[in-house]
Design a protein around this ligand. Sequence first.
Ligand code: BJW
Length: 245
Amino acid sequence: MVAALIPEEVLARLRAAERVLVLTGAGISAESGVPTFRDAQTGLWAKYRAEELATPEAFAANPRLVWDWYAWRRELVAQAEPNAGHRALVALEERYADFQLVTQNVDGLHARAGSSDVVELHGNITQNLCFAEGTPVDAHAHGSSVPPRCPRCGAYLRPGVVWFGEALPREALARAEQAARRSEVVLSIGTSGLVHPAAGLPLTARAHGAFVIEVNPTATPLTPHADQVLSGPAGQILPELAALL
Ligand code: BJW
């Protein structure tokens, strides 16, 4: 493996910092074999745009189609294992007294890697909610219809994720915004920076004086605003970074 060149300023900022925020997106799980959100459509699903399936309107119009898409993705996630990038963030968490990991990912791989405090902004794909009431429900216990029905009210169950046009979980967003305001260094890892309000967190942090480091093989809307860009795969860069600190 070719060593990524980590600028000395990145190491110096991370060594000096006491408060660190990490924001992750789908790119950190790519090396676990979980397709990124905007690359997810392959095989049977290639004719659909992910953005058009991840909405309450799409579910209302065709619940079976959207449920089946999530069933397929749940299977991919169940077969995936955390990678070296996820594990490097566990090591970073252990280094800092004030470390907040905020993820847009719904795959649960940070927790499976061993991160102990993960703010999940967009929910978790393993969970289910009643589509009518928004309450958590265990799908396996309730019948064979597709999608399964809520045992309380009979409405369809839906995956426990946040779709376009829906509010993010209030406490999760509040914790993420607080961390953005107090952190000295922010790592934005494997996210296209297209989806708000998550995409605004590094910019909020920067406006409050944080040093912003982006880790991504591709430029994003954040790139011109980042103080340093580590261009490459998270599964290579993050372990090198953690080892050098
Ligand atoms: C690698 C790599 C490797 C590859 N290593 N990197 C302000 C401006 C404009 C619009 C809005 C705004 N505020 C709100 C909006 C509307 C909307 C929005 O943002 N729209 C934009 C798209 C235009 N936002 C919302 O609707 C949000 N809700 C909201 O604001 O509600 C307001 C409200 C308040 C009160 C009441 C009611 C409403 C909700 C957003 C929910 C997003 N949900 C999804 C789906 C989750 C479930 C699912 O997975 O199916 O979350 S969308 C999707 O995008 C998913 C992701 O978490 C999210 C971000 O994607 P991510 O992680 O960045 O992935 P990709 O695929 O885009 O990028 C991968 C990156 O990895 C790439 O850059 C690669 O280069 C990189 N990569 N390999 C490192 N090895």
